[in-house]
Design a protein around this ligand. Sequence first.
Ligand SMILES: Cc1cc2nc3c(=O)[nH]c(=O)nc-3n(C[C@H](O)[C@H](O)[C@H](O)COP(=O)(O)OP(=O)(O)OC[C@H]3O[C@@H](n4cnc5c(N)ncnc54)[C@H](O)[C@@H]3O)c2cc1C
Length: 412
Amino acid sequence: MVIGGGIIGLSSAYYLQQAGHKVTVLDKGDFLDNCSYGNAGYVCPSHFVPLATPGIVWKGLQWMFNSRSPFYVRPSLDRALIDWGFKFMRSANKKKVEAAAVPLRDISVLSQQEYKTWSVLPGFDFAYQQKGLLEIFQTTAVAEHAHETVKKAKELGLDVELLNYEQLQKLEPQTTINGLGAIFFKCDAHLYPNKLMSSLLMFLKAKDVQLIGNAEVTGFEKEGNTIKKVITTKQVYEADEVIVATGAWSREIAAMMDTKIPLVPGRGYSLTLENSRYKLNYPAILVEGRVAVTPMDGNKIRFGGTMEVVSTNTPPRYQRVEGILNAVKRFMPEFDIAMPSTDQLWYGYRPCSADGLPYIGRISHYKNVVVATGHAMLGLSLGAGTGKLVSELVNDVTPAMDLSPFAVERFG
Ligand SMILES: Cc1cc2nc3c(=O)[nH]c(=O)nc-3n(C[C@H](O)[C@H](O)[C@H](O)COP(=O)(O)OP(=O)(O)OC[C@H]3O[C@@H](n4cnc5c(N)ncnc54)[C@H](O)[C@@H]3O)c2cc1C
């Protein structure tokens, strides 16, 4: 029984079905919109630095009161948020960031290999392209730091190159770039998330995986150290293995299983030009603007960004999208994109763990539960790999990589 029909839940269902299990996926929604749809589509071993870094805490405080800023934490006396905040600040140090690099690279590379395999399977068509990603910067401070990032990436065995302005502009002959240069992560890939999700749903349906929508999980029937039944707003379901892949809502579900995981929703927004007159060859991160720009699936271009740590009931603040578009114009002056009506904007909630590493593994209280969540900014990138690891845990075979850095109860 997989709870959650985002990329993590569907990937888990995929590998579990392939391993011969009878799989059901439950979702409180209709499977057609969650954080796994409107994201930037990066499949990126380049992201070996987790969200919790020393710089981000200070930056976050500086940006706190600007409604167009890319990072925002809503001040609140909510205990879960305060607890997460303390753990986040404690994780945001050099030692932890360095320790995260190898596990993040490994799960990322594993995941990328799996996506590559899927991309040539019959029925799977999600515009997968492995052409790299540019991290474009405008300031000398970031340019200096870029040397270090490239050095570290090379040490990790990633294919990467530092580009000066001329080299960068040569890669994008159809668009004027306003920047000093870029890190060219040739190791990265990207895809069109909406098509990936529909390919997976179609595949799972064809393999008789039950996809049950509008079934919100509200509790569990337990017997000793076993979860016997999953209670939903629709029906009660028996289960012999339960996978928790409920994204930004996973803290509440884990609590129903007497398990604490520090996790908060990190809301982000995106806007997609369906038939763009602007042309880009490569996905790009506009570093100082904290914005992702991805040309995808033919003529589409998607712009995404912001990290608002808020509850999932907080009304969207669409001024953030203006912030995204302003940043795009600073880097690509020809991109003159008017703020569209709100029905054309998308937002989703990233499941943010307290240290930027996912939670993947079994829990101590119940022997038939696997948790797979907390992927923050990397859920799409790590999706297929996570699904494979979940299936390995259920099948009781040695996982493809060491899972101890992702231990679900590592914060105690
Ligand atoms: C603007 C933006 C850009 C991004 N860009 C990238 C990128 O380029 N690359 C990348 O790797 N990541 C990116 N991300 C992050 C990525 O989208 C997420 O990490 C990922 O989608 C999380 O997947 P998930 O399956 O854990 O959660 P979700 O996709 O949110 O799925 C969780 C599902 O659980 C269901 N659920 C919740 N509670 C219950 C319940 N009680 N009962 C039943 N069902 C329940 C929900 O309805 C939902 O369908 C981006 C995110 C944003 C916002």
